[in-house]
Design a protein around this ligand. Structure first.
Ligand code: PEP
Ligand code: MG
Length: 902
């Protein structure tokens, strides 16, 4: 034990020591820098401080023992390698200090560049840059600005204003017109701002700069925007960030220098080719921030052919190595190319499918891997509609299609306003000159994002793509005036609240609301596109991957449908039966009055009349559904209405009666109704007289439904069809409830079916915790179970499903009590445990018991993986989610239990 304690924990890794598989420890950026270093690509030397060091710092509030000394050792080795010392007045080494978590969080955490500059080394830097004073002072002012804002929380605008003042004094709008003297003056101004806000001088000691910058990066893990981003992207909150300390290389040393971003394929469409942006004479941050407009990467061939060819060669090598789309950041310093970052690139949903298909064609990956690389959330996005454009709609501007989709909404200019209006249920489009990470909550709230500056790789674009949110960036015909809350375009003024439409595929911007049309992927699922004869690469890729998912999955996928039309559509989408037909939905509209009569009937005769009127209607409903689902199982759930949905509202009725009485009208009938409604009134209808309880209380109700189901099945079968009904009893908590219903149902079925050759199963929902815990007993009386995870969640947590999401879930999410609403994605540990217990005990009592799920969770990607693991036979979900469930059921087979399916 004592010996173990003396072994020093390794917190710092040289780039040559890491590799791409160490993302947990080195973060994505650090792991990939190490990988590129080991591939022999020109990466500036550096080292990575691990996520463990960050976690230790965040838990204890101080750097862990040994970290400072390890940094010193690695810094010395970096200095030796570069032949320069940090902050040396004659020939300084400068470093960048960059965050890098396991999962990319673009722009959400901090970076400090040019660490090591001070009043003395700025002179040495100038000499190093061939006497380029302007460059040296510009680098120094950038350091004070970034360091001040990031490390010491000096308000960023103060520096911006000082920069604007300097430009105004010079009579220019362009940073590049400021000369060395102007920048020297700006450094003085920045230092004063720094001293005013921090009460101390800007630190001149390079190692102190470095340590403070590292600490600031650690702390930026918990910055508000990072927290919001993690919640949105479902990234765990306890991973921490690594910190990369890298020798600086400069893209702003003149026309033979520059910086850029490259993709090995188009991250928007997936098309093969060279995509990216290049900005001459600039630092990397200038590109990502979208501050100046970039040129397409292809132009680099003209500007610097040698670097361009080299870059293309590295891109090809990286793609071959990673077997995937890579995105790359690079810098050219006086004609020498440096690779600053690579990673498997974020991409749109369409690109994910197209690229996976291409890589299979190219023999780089197999179909299993292709299936693993796409997901249900992406497929769901591809099922969104697109704009339906005709001559009436002319675009008023065209920017860059940065993240596809079609979005219309009211224009807002600030993140706060976007959040406010969205909370009122409005669709909004967030319009900005450029976005920065502080706009994140507005971007989440908005339907779409429109910026007048920036490119495909600027912050707005990267973040929007990650979220699957429509975004048009760099629409430079827009003159955006945020303080005045308006923009002008093509001679027209658009004010806050006016509606615009943006197309994130073409980059076009329209005034007013443009109607939408369905996606090609939906058309394919609908069967109106033949995948073998279409040259749409997306549809072909979707077809191929879906076919593989279907061949791979063990789970069957059914649908929740209550009408023939829904059943037909779901069948086209690949549903293999109906897992839940909610019969109470068949009692709405015109028939509501019949149900009201039934519930309020005071004599047997009244009740029987109401039931007799309902029987043929129900029979016709079931015939339609059985026909549409010919040959496939159809689970019909006996009626489960929360009573209040079928009775007139008590307050309204009471008021009507009182008013009528006041007027002296004859209200005998209304009074009787009021008395009955009062009698049946419940404080908690969701826990009241519903489901099987209603069936046991109102004689003949379930019997009528069972008869209608059996008669419909017989009729369809006699006409040459094949009906496979499964009668499901809702809200069972005790086996006795089920036995009572079953005994009556079996008699009716035997009488109706006779020798018609129809088999009718009788099973139950498991949606009351007691049912889950007594599943062994219940299975004796049930031919199948279907988990009603909506009610199981409601009753498992004691959360009223109609109230709590709006009432307080925001706070629970904020506190991290859960990362996502348990009504949306199954709570594996609690409600999931009930499912597991019921599945195991049910099957122990009745081997081979058929198990399914028909709560909302049946179409949620993560939950589908859980249901696969638990061993259910099928999931059932709404028609539109059927393809998503098919895909995820296939992926679930490939994902080992408990591993990350994000
Ligand atoms: C459930 O509770 O999960 C379920 C499917 O039934 P309903 O949503 O109709 O209560
Ligand atoms: Mg239910």
């Amino acid at each position: 034990m004592a010996a173990e304690e003396t072994v020093e924990h390794k917190y710092v890794y040289d780039f040559a020591e890491g590799n791409k598989d160490l993302k947990d420890l080195l973060g994505g950026k650090g792991a990939n820098l190490a990988e590129m270093t080991n591939l022999g690509l020109p990466v500036p030397p550096g080292f990575t401080i691990t996520t463990e060091a960050c976690k230790a710092y965040l838990t204890t509030g101080r750097e862990p023992d040994g970290l400072a000394a390890q940094i010193e050792t690695h810094l010395e080795s970096l200095e030796r390698g570069m032949g320069r010392k940090l902050g040396d007045p004659q020939d300084p080494l400068l470093v960048s200090v960059r965050s890098g978590a396991k999962f990319s969080m673009p722009g959400m955490m901090e970076t400090v560049l040019n660490v090591g500059l001070n009043d003395r080394s700025v002179v040495g830097l100038s000499a190093q840059a061939g006497g380029n004073d302007r460059f040296a002072w510009d680098s120094y002012r950038r350091l004070i600005q970034m360091f001040g804002k990031t490390v010491c929380e000096v308000p960023g605008e103060e520096f911006e204003h000082a920069l604007d003042d300097a430009k105004r004094a010079k009579g220019t709008q362009n940073d590049l017109d400021l000369d060395a003297d102007d920048l020297r003056g700006l450094v003085d101004a920045y230092k004063k701002i720094f001293a005013k806000h921090t009460g101390r001088e800007f630190p001149q000691e390079p190692r102190e700069q470095l340590d403070l910058a590292i600490r600031a990066v650690f702390e930026s893990w918990n910055a508000e925007r990072a927290v919001v981003y993690r919640r949105q992207e479902r990234i765990p909150a306890d991973l921490g960030t690594a910190v990369n300390v890298v020798a600086m290389v400069f893209g702003n040393l003149g026309a033979d220098s520059g910086t850029g971003v490259a993709f090995t394929r188009d991250p928007a469409s997936g098309a093969q080719g060279i995509y990216g942006d290049y900005l001459a004479n600039a630092q990397g941050e200038d590109v990502v921030a979208g501050i100046r407009n970039t040129v397409p990467l292809q132009e680099l061939e003209r500007i610097d052919k040698k670097s361009y060819d080299e870059l293309l060669d590295y891109m090809a090598r990286l793609e071959e190595h990673y077997k995937d789309l890579c995105d790359i950041e690079f810098t050219i310093e006086r004609g020498k190319l440096w690779m600053l970052q690579t990673r498997v690139g974020k991409r749109t949903a369409a690109a994910a499918f197209v690229i996976a298909g291409q890589l299979v064609d190219e023999g780089l990956i197999d179909l299993d891997e292709a299936l693993h690389r796409v997901n249900g959330a992406q497929l769901a996005q591809l099922m969104f509609p697109r704009f339906q454009l005709d001559h009436e709609f002319q675009p008023v501007a065209k920017g860059i299609g940065a993240s596809p989709g079609a979005a219309s909404g009211k224009v807002v200019f600030t993140s706060a306003r976007a959040v406010e209006l969205a909370a009122e249920g409005e669709s909004v489009i967030l319009v900005r000159r450029e976005t920065n990470p502080d706009d994140l909550s507005g971007m989440i709230a908005a339907k779409g994002i429109l910026t007048s500056r920036g490119g495909k790789t600027s912050h707005a674009a990267v973040v929007a793509r990650g979220m699957g949110k429509t975004c048009v960036s760099g629409a430079d015909e827009l003159d955006v005036n945020v303080p005045a809350k308006r923009f002008t375009v093509a001679g027209q003024t658009v004010n806050e609240g006016d509606v615009v439409s943006i197309d994130g595929t073409t980059g076009k911007v329209y005034l007013g609301e443009v109607p939408v049309m369905p996606s090609e992927v939906v058309q394919y699922f609908e069967g109106s596109l033949d995948p073998e004869h279409i040259d749409n690469p997306l549809v072909r890729a979707v077809h191929r991957i879906m076919t593989h998912a279907d061949a791979t999955r063990r789970l069957r996928v059914r649908t929740n449908a209550d009408t023939g039309a829904d059943a037909a559509r779901a069948r086209r989408f690949g549903a293999e039966g109906i897992g839940l037909c909610r019969t109470e939905h068949m009692f709405l509209g015109d028939r509501r009055e019949l149900v009201e009569r039934l519930i309020l009937a005071s004599t047997d005769e009244e009740r029987e009349r109401a039931l007799a009127a309902l029987l043929p209607l129900q029979r016709a409903d079931f015939i339609e559904i059985f026909r549409e689902m010919d040959g496939l199982p159809v689970t019909v759930r006996l009626i489960d209405p929360p009573l209040h949905e079928f009775l007139p509202p008590l307050e309204q009725l009471a008021v009507n009666v009182a008013v009528a009485q006041e007027r002296g009208e004859d209200v005998a009938k209304e009074e009787a109704l009021l008395a009955a409604v009062r009698r049946m009134h419940e404080e908690n209808p969701m826990l009241g007289l519903r489901g099987v309880r209603l069936g046991l209380v109102i004689p003949g109700l379930f019997a009528m439904q069972v008869r209608a189901i059996a008669e419909a099945a017989v009729e369809v079968t006699r006409n040459g069809g094949y009906a496979c009904p499964e009668i499901m009893v809702p809200l069972v908590g005790a086996v006795q409830e089920l036995e009572t219903v079953r005994a009556e149902a079996e008699k009716i079925i035997a009488e109706v079916v006779g020798d018609a050759g129809v088999e009718v199963l009788i099973g139950t929902m498991i949606e009351v915790p007691r049912a889950a815990l007594t599943a062994g007993q219940i299975a004796e009386a049930a031919q199948f179970f279907s988990f009603g995870t909506n009610d199981l969640t409601q009753m498992g947590w004691g959360f009223s499903r109609d109230d709590v999401e709006g009432a307080f879930f925001w706070r629970y999410l904020e506190l991290g009590i859960f990362g996502i609403s348990p009504f949306e994605s199954i709570d594996r540990e609690g409600v999931g445990r009930l499912v597991r217990i019921a599945a195991e005990e049910g099957r122990a009592a009745r081997p081979g018991l058929k198990l399914g799920v028909c709560g909302e969770h049946g179409g949620d990607p993560d939950s589908v993986h859980f249901f696969h693991e638990v061993g259910l036979d099928y999931v059932s979900c709404s028609p539109f989610r059927v393809p998503v469930a098919r895909l995820e059921a296939g992926r679930a087979v490939l994902t080992t239990a408990g591993s990350d399916s994000r």
